[in-house]
Ligand binder design. Structure first.
Ligand code: ADP
Ligand code: MG
Length: 460
């Protein structure tokens, strides 16, 4: 997917208003009914329908009429919302070239007003997968579709929280600047991923520094879980910076030792192969404890002394909750335990898409819980949506099945025009459309809800 930020310039306030309305609707709908979007956006003269066409054209929305007529955000639409918020907050003023494509992220340079260049990471969970592709896919298929946008936001929230906490404790990580939705802005690391480096002046020292980091992380109660040559940056002075934290776990995780050993093994293997390091001679003293280490001088997980409370104290203060951690961990691990997520917590799901109508729509709670659209507060209701259409939500959001949408575009435009005319007529008559009255049941106080949303939207 191409992030064409030029489009941002052409988008009007109304366009963003409708885009935001779709985002809001997605808190309890996988596909947001068109009528609901119209009600949330509250544009005059059926303006919503006109705007929907524009947003569709720019691929910021995906249209779905398989069960009822509705829309959902694409990753691009979500990108635009995050970028717009960042720009409004003055975090940066321009988006530059793409500098990285991770497994599940896109990294761009962004520039501050004073010319400082920062790095922006847009999380894209579901594009490839974290790990355990197969098991996760299977699991998701059974489990019903996951809301990738929600998971990407969680990943960003987690990464940001960890980056900040690690920085506070003197770990060499980028400076965490800002987070919004699935987007993180951080300092730009000068250097290259270790995987691109063919020669080092002091491979022993670099190796020891890196293994020392794994050990120090564990002392602080953490395991990186993806600690390898792709997530370690090194500059010309051979200074190390570690990146990429959404998959980190606590040392109390049930598989902690396995993750720790795997991180260690990755580094050993890489240095052995790339720099011909021989470990017996070089790093017998890496683990200061006598109990630890195996024959190759590897640090031993159980021999590491813990400095307690790191995760609990600092991360809970960051807005990244235990529940967020559980959700994202379930996704990463593709665990079968997931079946208990929504069921036990009764999140606001659309249980049956045929009952589009059943909007769990005491919507005012959505607004309150999420103070502003930019809120980092967790939003349980958009976590999982029951649907038989899990395949559709699958992976590459940007491809977006938009081909179908294109084929049906003419039809869709006709339908939107028709709905628009109906809305205008209804507005003239001063009452709701028949469809608005009947297409779903609104349990919540419509007017109070709408006025709250209205207040938030007015800030756009
Ligand atoms: P993923 O989680 O998708 O693997 P990463 O955080 O590892 O994403 O980033 C992918 C690539 O983007 C990295 O390998 C690196 O080249 C580049 N990158 C990430 N963060 C920064 C940064 N702060 N400064 C410079 N380059 C970065
Ligand atoms: Mg990475």
């Amino acid at each position: 997917m191409k992030l064409d930020v030029d489009v941002l310039r052409y988008l009007s306030k109304d366009d963003f208003r409708v885009l935001t309305a779709v985002e809001l609707g997605m808190r309890n709908h996988e596909i947001v009914p068109t009528e609901l979007i119209d009600r949330i956006a509250r544009l005059k003269h059926g303006g919503t329908y006109k705007v929907l066409k524009i947003l569709l054209k720019y691929k910021l929305l995906h249209h779905d009429s398989s069960k009822y007529d509705g829309f959902r955000l694409t990753y691009l639409g979500y990108d635009f919302l995050a970028i717009k918020t960042m720009v409004n907050k003055g975090v940066f003023v321009a988006v530059g070239r793409q500098i990285g494509v991770g497994k599940e992220s896109d990294i761009f340079e962004v520039a501050r007003e004073d010319g400082t260049v920062l790095a922006m990471k847009l999380h894209r969970l579901g594009r490839v997968s974290f790990r355990a592709v197969k098991s996760k896919r299977d699991y998701l298929r059974h489990r019903s579709s996951y809301n990738w946008l929600y998971l990407s936001r969680l990943a960003a929230l987690k990464e940001f929280a960890f980056m900040k906490a690690l920085e506070t404790h003197g770990f060499p990580v980028p400076n965490a600047v800002e987070q919004n939705r699935h987007c993180i802005v951080m300092s730009l690391v000068q250097g290259y991923p270790l995987v691109q480096v063919k020669q080092l002046q002091n491979p022993d020292t670099v190796f020891e520094t890196i293994i020392g980091l794994v050990v120090r992380l564990a002392e602080h109660g953490l395991i990186h879980c993806d600690f390898n040559e792709f997530n370690i940056m090194i500059d010309d002075e051979e200074k190390i910076t570690m990146i990429d934290f959404p998959q980190m776990v606590s040392v109390s995780h049930r598989n902690a030792q396995m993750y720790f050993d795997r991180d260690v093994e990755c580094i050993f293997k890489f240095f052995r192969k790339r720099f011909n390091l021989s470990f017996q001679e070089n790093i017998e003293d890496i683990d200061s404890s006598d109990e630890g280490g195996d024959e190759a001088g590897k640090p031993c997980f159980f021999a590491i002394e813990r400095k307690s409370g790191f995760l609990d104290r600092e991360l809970s203060a960051s807005g990244f909750t235990r529940k967020d951690e559980e959700d994202i961990q379930r996704f990463i691990e593709g665990s079968t335990e997931t079946d208990t997520i929504s069921d036990s917590q009764g999140v606001g799901l659309v249980e049956d898409q045929d009952e589009v109508g059943t909007v769990d729509d005491d919507s005012s709670h959505l607004v309150e819980q999420n103070d502003g659209y930019e809120s980092q507060g967790k939003d349980e209701s958009c976590k999982v949506c029951e649907s038989s259409e899990s395949e559709k939500e699958d992976a590459s959001d940007n491809e977006e099945n938009n081909e179908d949408a294109m084929e049906n575009e003419a039809e869709l435009v006709k339908s939107l025009n028709k709905q628009r005319r109906r809305a205008i007529a209804a507005a003239h008559r001063g009452r709701k459309t028949i469809a608005a009255r009947n297409s779903y049941k609104d349990k919540g106080g419509r007017s109070s809800h709408n006025s709250k949303i209205q207040k938030q939207l007015s800030s756009w």
